[in-house]
Design a protein around this ligand. Sequence first.
Ligand SMILES: *Cc1c(COP(=O)(O)O)cnc(C)c1O
Length: 424
Amino acid sequence: MKIETLAVHAGYEPDPTTKAVAVPIYQTTSYAFDSTQHGADLFDLKVEGNIYSRIMNPTTAVLEQRVTEMEGGLAALGLSSGQAATTYSLLTIAEAGDNFISTSTLYGGTYNLFAHTFPQIGIDARFADPEDIDGMAALIDDRTKAIYCESLGNPAGNIIDLQALSDMAHAHGVPVIVDNTVPSPYLNNPFKWGCDIIVHSLTKYMGGHGTIIGGVLVDSGKFDWVANKDRFRRLNEPDVSYHGVVFTEALAEAAYIGRARVVPLRNMGSAISAMTSFLALQGIETLPLRMDRVCENTLAVATHLQQHAQVDWVRYAALPDSPYKALADKYMDGRASGILSFGIKGGLEAATKFIDALGLVTRLVNIGDAKSLACHPASTTHRQLSPEEQAASGVSEDLVRLSIGIEHIDDILEDIDQALAAAK
Ligand SMILES: *Cc1c(COP(=O)(O)O)cnc(C)c1O
């Protein structure tokens, strides 16, 4: 089935007992075992079934199956936030002494996690220019566990050449982990281009209404962990934290997502709630409809701003003169989701005045809401970064980031024009 249909149906048929058509919210902590033996088999991963809602929940299972099918993967793991999904995507395979390579164009929270928190636990993030694939290859050594990138950078707006990156990574026996939050599975399917693991913040376009914090990790099931036995010992050798199970033997191609569930999630506990999974499912049903409107509105705003005398530059990959237009055509059918940034004439002062003068467009830090939103990354999301770090992540003082919603385009443009007039 096509993604518009999967978004509404995948992973659920009306419940056979109650005939509930909407996905029920299973508000329960635990699940009864049929017998002691049944409980033991569940813990040994010999039979499938529910144990405890920190590790799995039937509402969340529908969400996991739906996102899996929309991305064309093997299996998924729902988590409490996008940040938890990013953290576990790496902790499933990396430990103290290991390293991974990341493009420098990242969401601010991810940059802080990589630049500061991971090094504090002995995992080294090696940052690289996203355009320089050979430069990334040169950073790989025998303790490199993954290459990490954002398919469409937030807020930089750059698009990664996923196919070239996957080819290079696989030639070195390393998987590619890609944060696909900004395009969503409706615009980009990284597994089609060879990527191995996908991270999503459900908080953004998937949830779509600014009501939840959630995340999901999706496994393509295609990366050969066994062929790269020495690099991925945690998946190929008995795991003491899970009574000696060898994940590649017990779970075959689901080794990675299985370990993510029963080691990082079980032991560290960033579980998503059933209510959040339900709300994410509600959002996902209309993702394709909202994304069509968002892309159309954002291109109209970008084109309008490009022609405005008070605007120095506009960054939006779907614009015909964008350096990323060719990659947008290849990976996203020429579209570029709902985030655009522009440089306002008059720098920091004008940017502040512009944001303060907005009426309809809300001042906040979020993206992917049905409502149009504005923020000034240099003073908010990227505030903790040094000027050099800000520059590497694509942030400058005159940069205003807009996340365009699904309102009528005339109302959005009117608000932007009056705020630009006020910033003069
Ligand atoms: C928001 C965001 C995250 C973090 O997600 P949370 O749900 O807020 O933890 C990660 N990556 C990108 C691209 C984001 O926009």
